[in-house]
Design a protein around this ligand. Structure first.
Ligand code: G3I
Ligand code: 9MR
Length: 594
């Protein structure tokens, strides 16, 4: 098309017309929430073939004026979907406002609106934290704190039954215990210690890293009137529940659950009996780590939480001692169901390698107590120094590593130095991919293996959190830029064009696998990160969820409530989201990649 200058109204009309066709389109993919003025800004443009010439691009402000013009990259190939894309870098646009990107020769190719503003991720971070308030069991969710999503309490959990697998002489099968409170794990209504432990570990690490920022983040929860940061008040609701899951002998029940998953009904409508099931080594060690870490983080607030520091420290010690006496009690749900009744068919969070849990728990207990007895697993870690692995619910080694990098041992500073070198070596290939091959300018999503159940968190957000941690250690802005790139991916610069957080973006997740959302008159609750593309499609096998034929791994996603394998929401995924968005906001959003 010649560069014909059209009357302003006609241009604006064309743009608006085009927008209506593409405001949910994915012809131009970018972070749909926004950018800080100084940060790197890129978008990905769909093109039709390898021979497509670099697109001429212009950016319109809200008034329809062209405020930026430029040319996209040469055509690139997405290594996962084998589709052709170009990347346009509009970092030089720094003025604040609302904008749209247009491709010059195809009027219909236009992006969704996006913002350039200060602290673009503050509201996202706030909503991602408030999501945990909505997940609270055993209490009414009321206004003014509910912000439109009020509901009656469900699952009082004050008369939870001891399952036969957890029976002891002191607490025989059928004993009723009070295990109220805590957060529902995910789209379901059960509460799992392993996943709670991982979530608390990331939560309290994040607080330590960005304390000043999170101290100012008002969440509008019932405890907001306390002289305690809302972020810590919210976590305390789950910590208090976790303490109820410890048996008298120090062991910790693996989970609190109904025998089978509930229907998609409101919590207050649920009537199934609830059980605590067998004590396991992994749960007990995750509990020990959590309580030892919490004892340190909440120490300044002992007036608000009298006795918590002592109770948490004591609980951690007793849990660790139980695990030393029971080092290999693994959760095997099928085996448990062969021996005990009623059969339990809810989530497993099973883990048959607890070396990492011993290491993380011992690390947190050593840092809290300075007791040398907890150094043994650390010595073992030092012998396996080249096995750097990202932290997930079933492998928490990196949570221990991060603590040692934050608190180097005076008598052995090399350990922290070696771990930092391992982290940097681990991250470099992903940075290289972002720079050289990624059609989304992202250090995540360039490999088939990046896509699996929960990958938006365990792959993308956590990789961004690791980048932020590397920046914290080194001050090298490359890590900050690549952390931002991970968030860009989550918020829309990706293969499906979705903004994977409910309530955000022009193409948000609308139908998460989430009983609270499905059963509430107002529907989907905001601030939840969904699991993301998952080519394994476990829900297709077991529940007949139908995916389009032969879509690529990075597009194997359904915004469809029954799709728990790609569209559920969970506490361990949301914590990695706000750790990333909050960390970036706290650091003030990275300047462009020099
Ligand atoms: O990590 C491997 C990866 O290396 C490999 O390439 C990939 C493909 O084989 O698999 C990856 O492992 C997957 C793992 O999630 C990643 O964490 C497993 O296949 C997959 O089975 C596993 O799914 C877990 C799922 O429960 C089924 O057990 C999810 O992690 C876990 O988040 C999810 O947890 C459920 C709870 O049980 C119940 N509450 C909801 C919650 C979320 O769906
Ligand atoms: O809703 C359950 C979700 O939280 C779990 O992650 C998922 C896998 O364990 O299972 C979901 O429950 C489904 C069950 O597994 C099979 N029948 C349909 C249930 C609701 O989708």
């Amino acid at each position: 098309m010649k560069n014909v200058v059209l009357p302003f109204t006609l241009v604006a009309c064309l743009v608006l017309t085009a927008c209506s066709r593409y405001n949910n389109g994915t012809a131009i993919r970018l972070n749909q929430v926004g950018f800080a003025p100084e940060q790197e800004k890129t978008a990905t443009i769909d093109v039709v073939s390898a021979k497509s010439k670099p697109c001429d691009v212009y950016i319109l402000n809200a008034a329809g004026d062209t405020v930026w013009q430029g040319t996209a990259s040469e055509t690139m190939l997405n290594p996962v979907s084998r589709k052709y894309r170009q990347v346009v870098d509009f970092t030089s646009l720094k003025e604040r406002g609302t904008f749209r990107i247009c491709e010059h020769h195809r009027q219909e190719v236009i992006s969704s609106r996006f913002q350039i503003t200060d602290n673009p991720y503050r509201e996202l971070t706030r909503k991602a934290l408030r999501a945990f308030y909505y997940q609270r069991a055993s209490m009414d969710i009321l206004e003014p704190w509910a912000e439109g999503y009020a509901r009656p309490a469900g699952h009082p959990d004050n008369r939870v039954l001891v399952h036969s697998s957890a029976a002891t002489e002191e607490r025989p099968e059928g004993t009723e215990i009070d295990s109220r409170g805590g957060w529902y794990d995910a789209g379901d209504y059960n509460k799992y210690i392993v996943n709670s432990g991982y979530t608390m570990g990331v939560w309290l690490l994040t607080y330590q890293l960005y304390e000043q920022y999170f101290d100012t983040l008002h969440l509008n929860i019932p405890e907001s009137t306390l002289q305690v940061p809302d972020m810590l008040s919210e976590a305390m609701y789950n910590l208090r529940w976790m303490l109820t899951m410890q048996d008298a002998d120090g062991g910790v029940y693996h989970k609190l659950t109904e025998p089978d998953f509930e229907g998609f009904i409101r919590p207050d409508q649920c009537q199934k009996p609830r059980y605590v099931v067998m004590k396991t080594t992994a749960a007990t060690l995750d509990f020990a780590a959590t309580m030892a870490l919490a004892a340190r983080v909440y120490a300044p607030y002992k007036e608000t939480y009298p006795g918590f520091l002592e109770a948490a420290t004591d609980a951690a010690k007793r849990a660790y001692a139980w695990a030393e006496q029971h080092p290999a009690i693994y959760y095997d749900q099928n085996a448990m169901n062969e021996e005990f009744a009623p059969a339990i068919t809810t989530g497993a969070y099973d883990d048959t390698d607890v070396t990492d849990e011993f290491y993380w728990a011992a690390t947190e207990l050593y840092l809290t107590t300075c007791d040398e007895r907890y150094k043994k697993p650390v010595k073992l870690r030092k012998k396996q120094i080249d096995t750097y692995r990202p932290a997930v619910w079933g492998d928490v080694q990196e949570l221990g590593d991060m603590e040692w990098m934050l608190h180097p041992e005076e008598d052995d500073p090399h350990f922290a130095i070696d771990l930092k070198a391992d982290l940097i070596m681990y991250l470099q290939p992903f940075i290289d991919e972002a720079t050289h091959i990624s059609v989304h300018r992202s250090p995540y999503g360039n490999r088939e293996s990046d896509f699996f159940w929960g990958c938006n968190s365990e792959g993308c957000c956590w990789r961004g959190d690791e980048m932020l941690f590397a920046y914290h250690l080194t001050g090298d802005k490359r890590y900050l830029v690549n952390a931002q790139r991970c968030l860009n991916y989550i918020l829309g610069q990706n293969a499906t064009g979705y903004c994977y957080v409910t309530g955000f973006g022009s193409k948000p997740v609308k139908h998460p696998h989430h009983r609270l959302s499905f059963s509430h008159p107002k529907g989907t609750h905001p601030g939840f990160l969904c699991g993301g593309p998952n080519p394994m499609r476990q829900d297709a096998e077991t529940d007949g969820v139908i995916y389009p034929d032969d879509v690529a791994a990075d597009e194997s996603y359904l915004d469809y409530q029954p799709s728990y394998a790609s569209n559920e929401v969970t506490i361990n995924w949301n914590v990695t989201l706000f750790a990333l968005s909050g960390g970036l906001d706290a650091i003030g959003n990275p300047p462009a990649n020099k």
